[in-house]
Unconditional design. Structure first.
Length: 259
């Protein structure tokens, strides 16, 4: 897979994942890895950069539409910003086989969570309790702890960890659209903070970075407009499940072979 084909795949992934509030890093990294780029020094850092760019560009129209819960999103985003560089600093010291295995595990978890969501198993807010009512301290605590986990995992594996953020906001009672929009805020902060952790030793291929960046810019705008126009999350999630399951199986196979 060359850089142009990888960019085409990234364009499609960007369009789909933005609708769900996800950056797409969980697929950007495998795409770049299978395009022949080193997992730890290129695919993961570049995946983070593209992930952050994708959700940032989607965050703009979401914010203008009033869908982003800035007050509810900032505790998680702040913690992610603090822990993402830690994950980025730890990852280069790990064996390549271990990183690939952990990434395969993350994709598998993301696929299972997406499958659960597609089957209607997503948590709903407790009856009679609206967002922002009692248990404020508990709700903030959930955001802070989730943000810390999201940040470290995201920085370590090169993903925005939106598959953790989305179920958290849904469980807190957010609507699907507000969940997607507010998740974009957290994923954007997490991705750029994680990328910053890699900058001291960064050496990215310029041509691939530009092509992938253009693909992300186009894909994010397509996806954001589809979401605002009422794209059906059910069939989008169904497609996401199929793709994630396929990628997870291939990565697990490669991880086992690498052990």
């Amino acid at each position: 897979m060359n850089a142009a084909i990888a960019a085409g795949a990234i364009l499609v992934v960007s369009s789909i994942f933005v609708i769900l509030g996800l950056g797409g890093g969980i697929l950007f990294v495998p795409i770049l890895y299978w395009a022949g780029y080193d997992l730890q020094t290129v695919a993961i850092p570049l995946g983070l950069l593209l992930n952050g760019l994708n959700t940032l560009l989607a965050l703009i129209p979401y914010g203008r539409a009033g869908l982003v819960d800035w007050n509810g999103g900032w505790p998680m985003a702040l913690m992610a910003a603090l822990t993402a560089p830690m994950g980025a600093l730890v990852q280069p010291h790990m064996a390549a086989g271990l990183v690939l295995t952990l990434f395969a595990g993350a994709v598998t978890v993301a696929a299972l969570l997406a499958l659960r969501s597609a089957r209607g198993g997503t948590s709903q807010p407790a009856a009679g309790r609206a967002v922002g009512e009692p248990l404020v301290s508990a709700r903030i605590g959930i955001r802070v702890v989730s943000g810390a986990i999201v940040g470290f995992v995201g920085g370590f594996l090169g993903i925005g960890a939106g598959f953790i953020v989305v179920p958290t906001f849904l469980a807190l009672g957010y609507s699907p659209k507000q969940t997607a929009a507010t998740t974009a805020l957290v994923v954007t902060v997490c991705s750029f903070a994680g990328f910053a952790g890699y900058t001291p030793h960064l050496d990215l291929p310029f041509y691939a970075m530009i092509l992938a960046g253009i693909a992300v810019v186009a894909g994010s705008q397509i996806g954001a407009r589809l979401m605002l126009r009422g794209a059906k999350p059910a069939w989008i999630t169904g497609g996401q499940v199929v793709v994630l399951m396929g990628v997870a199986l291939k990565l697990v196979w490669e991880a086992v072979a690498a052990i």
